[in-house]
Structure formats: C-alpha cells, structure tokens
Design a protein around this ligand. Sequence first.
Ligand SMILES: Cc1ncc(COP(=O)(O)O)c(C=O)c1O
Length: 399
Amino acid sequence: MAKYKSIFTRAVHVGERGAKPDFKPVSMPIYNSVGYLYEDLKDLDAVFGSERPGFVYARYGNPTNSALEEVLADLEEGEAALTFGSGMAAVYASLMAAGVKAGTAVVSAFDVYGATYAICARLLPNWGVKAQFVDVTNLREVEQALAETKPAAIILETISNPLMKVADVPAITRLAHQAGAKVIVDNTFATPVLFQPLAQGVDFCVHSTTKYIGGHGDVLGGAIVTSNANRKILHEIIKMTGGNLGPAEAWLTLRGVKTLPLRMRQHCLNAMEVAKWLQAHPHVSKVNYPGLTHHPQHDLSMKLFPEALFGGMISFEIKNAGKKEIFRFMESLELILPATTLGDVYSLTLYPAMSSHRALSPEERGKVGISDSLVRLSVGIEDASEIIADLERALEKIK
Ligand SMILES: Cc1ncc(COP(=O)(O)O)c(C=O)c1O
C-alpha cells in the first residue's frame, strides 16, 4: 500500500480488502469481520432498512451463520432459520417471538429440559405470565389446559428429556391452533433426520445445535427454524438483545451438519441394540426408548418416524438404586463418559437428578416421573457391542 508512508497506517490496512476474488472457496469460510462495507452507501442503507439482503454488523448476521441457517431451514423444511449462542437462547427467543408477554399464558410439557421448565415455572411468572404444565401424551389434558388458559404458546419436545416420551405433534398442533396458540417444538432429540415439526404446521422448531447437529461435543449453539414472517420477528429480537452464535461456532456446526444423517443412523441403530440389551438385564427395572414395543408411544413413534429410527437417547432405572449406587455405576464406566451433554459421537451418561433436572425440586421431579434411580444414556457411534460390554461391567459393580 504505497499510498501510505507510515508504518502505523500500513500495519493496520495492508493486505485487507484486496481485489474482488475470481474464485469461490469450496467450503464456507469463517467470517470474523464485525463490519461489512459496500461501494455505494445506498446499499448499506438498503441492508439496514431490510430492503435488500446483506450484512452490516455481526449482531445482525454474517455469511457463515447465514450458510448454517440456510442448511438448517432446508433440512427442517422451513422457510428460514436463525442461529443463537445456545439452545436456551433459542428457546427463550421462541417464547418471546410467539407472543408470550405480561398478561398472557404459556402451556408447557411437564418433562421438558430442566432449564426450559425453569423459564416457564420461575422466570416467566415473575413477568406476569401464567404457566401451566401438562402431560403432552394426554391429549385431553392438553385440550383442557388450552381451553382454560388460552395461552399465547405451547412448548414441548418431540422426544422428551429425559423420559423419552413422544408427543403427538400433529394432533397437539391442531388443538393449539384451534385455541389460537402458537406451537414451539424442541426437536433436539429427534433431529430432522427422524422428524420435521414444521411439516406438521408447527410455528417454531427449536434446536440445541450443541447436541446432534454439532455432534462432536465441541460447540455450544442453538437455532430456530420457522416461517419468513416469524424470522423477521426473531431478527428484531436478536438485533436488540444479542445472544448470537459466533461465526467460528457457526462454522464448526456447519461442519457437523454434513454428517448428521450418517451419525444419526448409527446412533439409532446402536441405541436400539443397547435398549434391547438393557431391557433384558436383571439389574434394570425400566427402559425408556420409543423403539421398544412396550414404550407407551411406540405405535405413534412408528407413525411419526417413518424410517423406524427412534433416536440415540435412552433412559433407564436401575433396580433399588439411589444416588450412591448410581454414582458407583457411572464411575465404573470406562468407555461411556459421565459428561453433562448428549448427542455427541461419544457415548455419554448423566444423572438427571444431579444435572439436567437439578433446577427442579425433588417434588417437581417426582411429579414429572424422574426418579433417583433414573440414568440417561446418550448412545454414541462407537461399536454397539463395546458400549454394551461397558454397561455390563458397570452394572455388575453395583451389585
Ligand atoms: C432438549 C434440549 N433443549 C434445549 C437444551 C439447551 O441447550 P443448550 O445447552 O445448547 O443451551 C438442551 C440441553 O441439554 C436440551 O437437552
């Protein structure tokens, strides 16, 4: 940059904003730039005014996040998506965009992820929102709650955390829409490989992309897939409140998406094998997995998940076990890691009473059906026989 003589100016500007490239990178680069330039300021003005697409400031969006949003919208068969810094940021924004505000009500499934439950049970009531919890597998109870509270929104999970209950999303969506409520479905456990809520009329499909979509346990994130109109509302919210996914995180997640169908298939095949094995084990009193024929929503699952893939998540109860025995079991595992997450390539186990559902009081947990003998297992993509061998060793140790 011969134009400038000073080393101070040259150090700052040389090498940046060079000639327009005549090539395209094969994979999306990480756009770390916070600001974006246009030759004509009219274009910048038009982007600010949402009259044309483009980028102006990182909190408003950037090309790496856009690429991730495009593929998530495509896989979920939605019109548009918006990414967030975590699944919880996405859950929270979806409630706001659905019109949950002072003087309204929200109906939530009982056994949603602990932090989602805590938003509805503790945070929203502080702001004058009435929250009512229902067993979403009981359609009569759902209908009654909708009629009683006339909520702005109902929030539920396709496959619930940690009890693996499967919600009749098409039927609940019909009931909610008849009652004038928006429907928010957290599809984290099912992923679009198993099920696409938007195709059933759901308004907001939420993901913790930290889980299966990222898939490798190395990136926190969230997303909402929805209509163009709802995305506009969400975009106004994120422009004001932030909570954005960083571009490096978006890039890692985009990389994860590419193998999502492959990984998901392996997770599901492994989980089916592990669930069947657990069911036959003398130390195990109960196995929650939608692929097992005794599961209360097995027939519904066959209908909703047409490829007969039932997810990679299992929960099970160990006979006569309390916290002490569960800790011994988890500490005895060698391959399966006792880490507080799920949906990774690694097999992972978690004690809901201690971690994911710690925010609930023991009474609340009891009501939901999360006992002190319940263990959650996220089945990884390792060899199923080696996962089973690890479980067998650890179950023997608690005898
Ligand atoms: C079903 C479900 N939804 C949302 C979340 C929250 O996601 P995050 O940890 O990315 O905020 C979790 C986290 O475990 C989850 O299991």
